[in-house]
Design a protein around this ligand. Structure first.
Ligand code: MSP
Length: 472
């Protein structure tokens, strides 16, 4: 049996999930469902990144002890994904004991390879990025991404010899064209590496919250070194059977965190003597009604608000039909409402309803033997191979529209009294195609696909299933 191991970033718990986080998690869910339907043994992992400095700050403003705060937030994230119907197999918390064991094993292996040394870090640290930042990269003294003033730090830390892996990383990227996708991100990483990699500090002494550095009181593990290791934790590492799922097939991330995933992480793995993931794919960022998603603008949409009103499948449909996967995009509230009516209720919902009514009325609810569907699905698998999710979804939608045109042209409701055999054939062909469409829709619109299958199950029409997309 083939396996497929897919991950999302583990998200910071300083705030609850917004639409941007839901985008990555739903994309991973679509891909995981695709491979499950293809009978792969799938491991789909998401989780939370709790050991950050910003967790401590958020707990303070919430007036809660940090561990109580992270327990509450981990619940919030976990239940949000449950309510959104996300099919993750695991939910990682970096405060768990299993994770600590994995982090200690990685540190041990990297130390055994002589890649950790003691040094003094002097420089700026941005809590927003949870990362050190070069003076040259500041804009008017502020972090260009977070527009906040970084902290000046001077502390004794452990360092990881990233610079040692510069050539090996370049060689790997060169030899594996799919390792970093899309191409624009690959170029970005290659040019970053060519500017020269610097060792980075992998422990912090000014902070108490985090995983204690082994045998070194007063130091905790740097949050990114800890967080990246979650991808191994989920496989059971260091238990030998971690090889069942490691290396990961796909780390899905946003474009903001590619440096950590495409440079730090592979270097850590090479140093620890572990195989590298097959692919890191970075999708773009989207704006909401033209504006960057931000807490201060108050436009950080809670995905549950959208799905409570329009259903989960509407959000899933919108995200993968309107936003090019891998590029930046835009979430438009008006458009979101429009596609519910035009695409979901009219194109798909009405089609299913019309066919069900015709069978009820003229075939005494019985469908009969189905012919082979007449849809060529090559486009679909090809699109998934290249993670062109909107190409796959739009291709299926074209088939839905074709089926509507077919009915419009064939007019079975007129043939019912003049050409009974013709009528029955049209209906059966439509149902056969609809059932194939339901399969193709399963990764994208799991609830609706299930309803279509249930409507035409066992050679009968089941009208009690109800409308797929009721009028708003
Ligand atoms: N904790 C780190 C990741 C550690 S992974 C080992 C982190 N967390 S985060 O909470 O800031 O999540 C960042 C991710 O959220 C992005 O990479 C992206 O997947 C998603 N997004 C956040 N805002 C987004 C948009 N506006 N648009 C699209 N995706 C967005 O970084």
């Amino acid at each position: 049996m083939n396996k497929f191991y897919i991950t999302t970033p583990i998200y910071y718990v300083n705030d609850k999930p917004h639409l941007g986080h839901a985008y990555t998690t739903i994309a991973a869910d679509v891909i995981a469902r695709y491979y499950r339907q293809k009978d792969y043994d799938v491991l789909f992992v998401t989780g939370v990144d709790e050991n950050a400095q910003k967790t401590v700050q958020a707990a303070m403003s919430a007036g809660k002890p940090v561990d109580e705060y992270t327990n509450d937030m981990a619940d919030t994230w976990r239940t949000t994904w449950e309510k959104l119907g996300i099919s993750n197999d695991q939910f990682i918390r970096t405060t768990s004991n299993e994770h600590k064991v994995a982090v200690y094993e990685i540190i041990k292996r990297v130390q055994d390879n002589n890649d950790i040394y003691k040094g003094t870090y002097k420089g700026f640290y941005c809590v927003g990025c949870e990362s050190f930042i070069k003076e040259a990269d500041l804009a008017d003294g502020l972090c260009p991404d977070h527009k906040t003033k970084p902290e000046w730090l001077e502390e004794d830390n452990f360092f990881f010899k990233l610079s040692k892996y510069q050539q090996q990383l370049l060689d790997h990227i060169e030899a594996h064209p799919d390792f970093i996708q899309p191409l624009s991100r690959r170029h970005e990483i290659v040019s970053f590496i060519k500017q020269g990699l610097q060792d980075f500090s992998v422990s912090r002494s000014s902070q108490q919250w985090g995983i204690p550095w082994p045998d070194e009181p007063g130091q905790v593990v740097y949050v990114w070194f800890d967080a990246l290791t979650n991808y191994l934790t989920a496989t059971g590492f260091p238990d030998e059977d971690f090889h069942k799922f490691w290396p990961a097939n796909l780390h899905l991330v946003g474009k903001d965190i590619i440096k950590f995933h495409c440079i730090y992480w592979p270097a850590m793995l090479i140093s620890a003597g572990l195989p590298l993931p097959e692919q890191i794919f970075a999708h773009g960022f989207f704006t909401i009604d033209g504006q960057k998603i931000s807490k201060s603008l108050g436009n950080a949409i809670d995905p549950l608000n959208l799905t409570n009103e329009f259903g989960i499948d509407t959000l899933r449909y919108y995200l993968f039909s309107e936003i090019p996967f891998g590029e930046d995009g835009e979430f438009n509230n008006q458009r979101f409402k429009t596609i519910y009516t035009t695409d979901l209720a009219d194109d798909l919902g009405n089609l299913v309803q019309r066919v069900a009514v015709l069978i009820n009325k003229h075939l005494d609810e019985t469908i009969g033997d189905l012919p082979e569907p007449t849809i060529n699905t090559d486009f679909y698998d090809q699109a998934f191979q290249n993670l062109k999710l909107p190409v796959a979804l739009k291709g299926v939608w074209q088939e839905i529209r074709n089926l509507n045109v077919y009915l419009q042209e064939q007019k079975p409701w007129e043939k019912v009294s003049t050409d009974r055999t013709g009528f029955e054939h049209i209906i059966r062909q439509t149902v056969a195609n609809l059932l194939l469409i339901a399969n193709l829709l399963t990764p994208f619109l799991p609830d609706s696909a299930q309803k279509i299958k249930a409507t035409f199950a066992d050679g009968k029409v089941h009208s009690d299933i109800g409308l797929l997309f009721p009028k708003k």
